[in-house]
Design a protein around this ligand. Structure first.
Ligand code: PMP
Ligand code: GLN
Length: 383
């Protein structure tokens, strides 16, 4: 008897582009500006702290909701930055990365047949999570090349079946950020209707040009309907440690935790203690925007002479580049050729659209050492 066949729940889903491009970059020994992660080390003091907590015996299960000290630090941070008064016992849950938090939040609210509005290009984990819960993704496009939300279209798209809207700001892959005006429009639209919101705010501390991060938590009317999700991986240059969190009103967090406790139960213990300790030094997250703004500006200036045309980037560590004057190839073909022939890997954003919309742009990650960016720019300028 052969191996039984699984009737796939996601027959059309392939291996994520991040895995595909990083693998190709390795095989080609290319500079990897595709998957978003730093090529510099996290701070030795943070690594030492994890070791310290391991040596002190913090090696067993953490509380299901997360280490209390860490939840308290998160509550202090959101109070100070967003004036949101959250109860760490009932409204904050620590997860195994933002990816897990997104899955829990989507699973908590989406029932079969419910519609979920999301904006394309969309981070690739949203749509499968919606579908696995029997939900129906309803795609709205961010306008190219500004990548703005058309709020009139949102209003006209909402139906009695709409259960959830997923927002992401600062936005991956485009680097756009939502403004106070966007928040105002969202408030007007959802005021009298029962609709949940997920705010994917993993790049909350990476925002440029003096702009303010418009967290949903700043807006009590929105926060009461929202799951606000963030990730320590982006903030502390530790994407491989996979710790994130979700802030949501108590009744929402209760349902969120029912999923979290049976998906992972609890997240890595010594790392949670280490983050709780480093969060005492607020400068670490408050200085992150200027750290990455310098990298963005360096990347922009050294690629300026190239045929790639930079689109505005106001947050995240991704720079979108228009290559239409260099090649007419699809972004997937061009990104693969760029990796194989020139030794630079980037992400083709068409994969973030359900219909593979291709605007002839590529996404480059600039969370890299200056020397890596300089080497990459030198190649890009030769193409
Ligand atoms: N959302 C967005 C927009 C992201 O870019 C990422 C980065 N991977 C995640 C969620 C997931 O974060 P994590 O690595 O903490 O799971
Ligand atoms: N967030 C990162 C990116 O956009 C990587 C995510 C992942 O590998 N799952 O590149």
């Amino acid at each position: 008897m052969g191996i039984m066949k699984i009737r796939s729940k996601l027959p059309d889903i392939e291996t994520t582009i991040f895995t595909v491009m990083t693998k190709l970059a390795r095989e080609c020994n290319a500079i990897n500006l595709s998957q978003g992660f730093p090529d510099f080390e996290t701070s030795p003091s943070l690594i030492k702290l994890v070791g310290k907590y391991m040596n002190e015996g913090y090696n067993q299960y953490a509380p299901m909701q997360g280490v209390p000290k860490l939840r308290e630090r998160i509550a202090e941070k959101v109070l100070e930055l967003y004036h949101a008064d959250c109860n760490p016992d009932t409204e904050i849950t620590v997860t195994s990365g933002a990816t897990e938090a997104l899955y829990c939040a989507i699973s908590a609210v989406v029932n079969p047949g419910d519609e979920v509005i999301l904006f394309e290009p969309a981070f690739d984990s949203y749509m499968p999570a919606i579908r696995l819960n029997g939900g129906i993704p309803v795609f709205l496009k961010l306008s190219f090349p500004e990548y703005k939300i058309d709020w009139d279209r949102v209003k006209n798209t909402i139906s009695s079946k709409t259960k959830l809207i997923i927002l992401n700001s600062p936005h991956n892959p485009t680097g756009t950020v939502l403004s106070g005006k966007d928040m105002h429009q969202l408030k007007e639209i959802v005021r009298d209707i029962d609709i949940f919101i997920i705010g994917d705010e993993v790049y909350e501390h990476i925002i440029f040009d003096g702009l303010t991060h418009e967290s949903l938590l700043r807006h009590p009317e929105l926060a009461q309907k929202s799951f606000v999700i963030s990730s320590f991986g982006k903030t502390y240059h530790t994407t491989g440690w996979k710790i994130g969190y979700c802030v949501a009103p108590a009744p929402l967090s209760t349902e969120f935790r029912k999923i979290h406790q049976y998906l992972t139960f609890a997240s890595n213990t010594p790392i949670q203690y280490a983050y709780a300790k480093v969060m005492e030094d607020k400068s670490r997250y408050l200085n992150l925007s200027s750290f990455y703004q310098k990298k963005r500006d360096l990347f922009l200036s050294i690629t300026e002479p190239s045929g790639f045309k930079a689109l505005p980037c106001r947050g995240t560590y991704f720079q979108m580049m228009d290559y239409s004057s260099i090649s007419k190839e699809s972004d997937i073909d061009f990104s693969k050729r760029l990796t194989r022939e020139y030794g630079i890997a980037a992400i083709p954003p068409s994969v973030f659209y359900h219909e593979n919309d291709d605007n002839r742009v590529l996404r480059f990650c600039f969370a890299k050492k200056d020397e890596t960016l300089e080497k990459a720019a030198e190649i890009l300028c030769r193409i």
